[in-house]
Ligand binder design. Structure first.
Ligand code: PGA
Length: 255
């Protein structure tokens, strides 16, 4: 597939996989995607497995490590949190921020996500900032309003240079883990809308370079169609990333 922007496909393992299971998964994945050069591949294991997975992909040319979240603070009395310095010890390159599950269960706000994004970028890591509407919001005709608020709020205060290092993930909440995928047209429309907001916030050139991933029930059988849309520049994959073969098939089918 001839894309304007290099595809970035990330696996979000969420709260799944013990260290042993994570290692088995990444070992198999390495073999499956050995020859892939066309896609930036990212795996985001739970914190407890970061060190082992990091060692396993140390020499990998195409698989990079991501974390699922990070604190906006650098150290201190924040029980249960993890800071950027700790992630960097394991050569983490990407950090998912503002996933809808964190927005919902941890009540993460756009303002907090923007603080985290600035901290991540300040430490030369790359944020993957998630946005997306719920079913009620879509059905209530609020999709554009919600996306605009989230994009503007979560990326507030970033410079164009920082935006060049940032990936946006469009994940309609109603499609996550439900087996319901947005149609290719729905995905393309939302991505184009988000790119338009980025052009207004930053400039046309910056917006053109930003990679926007689609997330929500991406599977081997729908990856190609989704990735063939002009403004879809990759995928953030949950369930189908928990198995090496299906994640690899998503990657291969996207090329
Ligand atoms: P899913 O999750 O692929 O299981 O729908 C996507 C996500 O939450 O990133």
């Amino acid at each position: 597939m001839n894309k304007e922007r290099k595809l970035i496909i990330a696996g979000n393992w969420k709260m799944n996989k013990t260290v042993a299971e994570a290692l088995a998964l990444v070992k198999n994945l390495k073999l499956e995607v050995e020859k892939v050069k066309e896609v930036d591949i990212v795996v985001c294991p739970p914190f407890a497995a970061l060190e082992s997975v990091s060692k396993e992909i140390l020499e990998s040319k195409n698989i990079r490590l991501g974390a699922q979240n990070v604190s906006e603070n650098n150290f201190g009395a924040y029980t249960g949190e993890i800071c950027i310095g700790m992630l960097k010890e394991f050569s983490v390159r990407y950090v998912i921020l503002g996933h809808s599950e964190r927005r919902q269960y941890q009540k993460e706000s756009d303002a907090l996500i923007s603080k985290k994004a600035k901290a991540v970028l300040g430490a030369s890591l790359k944020p993957i900032v998630c946005v997306g509407e719920t079913l009620a919001e879509r059905e209530g005709g609020l999709m554009e309003k919600v996306l605009e608020t989230q994009v503007r709020g979560s990326l507030a205060g970033l410079t164009s240079e920082q935006m060049n290092e940032t990936t946006v993930a469009y994940e309609p909440v109603w499609a996550i883990g439900t087996g319901k995928t947005a149609t290719t047209q729905q995905a393309q429309d939302a991505h184009a809308f988000i790119r338009g907001i980025l052009a207004k916030m930053f400039d046309e050139n910056t917006a053109r370079k930003v990679r926007i991933q689609y997330g929500g029930s991406v599977k081997p059988n729908n990856a190609h169609e989704l990735m063939s849309q002009q403004d879809v520049d990759g995928a953030l994959v949950g369930g189908a990333a928990l198995e090496a073969r299906s994640f690899a098939d998503i990657i291969k089918n996207s090329i």
